[in-house]
Design a protein. Sequence first.
Length: 599
Amino acid sequence: MVNARTYPLWRDLALSEDLPQEALKTMVEALCTPAISLHGIDLQADRWREETLKAALPTLLARTSAKRLRNRLLVQTDEKMLAALAADGTVTTADLPAVLRTRRVWAGLVTGLARHPDQVEAAIALLPRLPGHEVERVVRDWDLDRYTRTDGTAPAPPLPQALFDAVLEACLTPLAAYLLRPEPEEGWEAVSAFSKDWSLELGDNSACAMPARCPERWAELAAHPTFGAAVQHLLLDQAEIRAEQDARLYAAGSYPPAEEPPAADPDPALSEVLLRACLPALCFPELTELPNPQVTARSTLHHIAHRVRNNPRLADLATEQLHAATDALVTRGRLLSAPDSQADDYGSDGRVLRLADDLALLSANPDHLAGACAQLTALDPPAVVSPTPSRTLIRIIDNTDPDHDRPARLLERHSEHRPVQALAVLAANPHTPHAAVTETLHVLHPAELAWIAENAEGPDWFLNAAAAVPAAEDEDDGVLRLLSDDELDQHPDPASVLQSWLDSPAAADEYFSRSELYRAVVTSRHHTLEHLLQIPAEELLSRHEPEIALKILLDRCGHSTERWAALAGAITFAYDEEKISFGELLHSLDHAPEKMQTP
């Protein structure tokens, strides 16, 4: 064993040009043998050995041709150094059997080997052995020093066209195969019925990134007999988005100086010729017969709408194609039938709103557009709450928006304006029946009508119809205003005001408003035990002033071991999922035997 204190000497010897060839075997064996002491491996010495070997490794490999010695050195090398040694030519394809005996293929190795023209073909042959998410890195990491290169650093050689083409093909192949035979993934049966949607798995980031690197070839790729459909899908989904991202990155100074900046006012990424070339893929013809149509048809429709929003010219270039596909998806997916309400379906409102927006953009069918209006009518009305005044909040908001408490602004606080916004978009579609819109207007919340009046977007007939909706004689602006204790002091019966808050729709419908309401009741000095008993146990025990609940529980459980045990069981067994009130929680404790312990 080499003495640990002599490792610096061994490093200098290994790096010396005067080291004779006869010493290489001894040097390699010494530096590749773990440092052993009388008590086992000497950790400190072994760290010195590893550092010495790392420093000497390039030199030793460059001078060692014996297969066994090279293999011994290669086993000691990490992936980063192996990739660097492959890039400078020290590690070659002849070393691959030894390298891959203990490692899988990684992108850096392929990139390093391909730096040398005589090894490009061998590097390409390794691509199928790369994990799918790493294939694109071969091209992405070709010039790792592009952002940090100094004037004295040699530039990376040009990327071989054969390697680029092979990586492009490897990235597009999975998507092309999927489009030929879209099938559910493993474990599909365990997925929730409302989450099942494998129809839109149209490639990962690698598939999107590679075509973006060769925009001059888009027309050629879109017409490719094997990859054409895949490229068409990717261009429709990503081309305009990536162009906008590039413009933002340049504006933020994130582009290296050597790269050409995008134009200040660039043309669309896809020309009209390219858009027309992509029309065969626009409406996902490969996915028309997918199972579970109530999910896949809805998602496919939304994806088509997303493409039209990214490329507005499609609305004129493919009008009939879009209308026909939309009608077919609505019919096959029964998207306008009354949905089955499920207690755990928290995304149903979002699906209704998304469908309304998509139909407003894509449909010319009056019946379907009227059906979207009817679905908006069936949504629960908003719970518009003005929070309890706060000195800090008032000081901040009053400086920026003195009218922050008006109904339309309160409606927007938690995006509760989305249904009426969707209705305005539907009204802007010339094919939407006016009667369907006006019927919906008559069931809107007063704050929603106020929102229309303040956000004057939409056809004149729609704005006039909204302004003409009569208000009920006893109806206020529809806002539940939470009062401070100082304001409640002026009321003849503050407790009844608190009760009116608990009886309002805001106490049951909307999470954010409900939480604000409960907090206002719990923190008010006018609350009574009767008020607290109506509040959900979760709110009182873990969200708002838990010390109030603590005093009540101490009085209720007292010295009863059984009641304390019952309380422990009640609050550890998903009490928050059962949504029981604080009063129901206390009532459950009364079922415990009245066996009192002596103090």
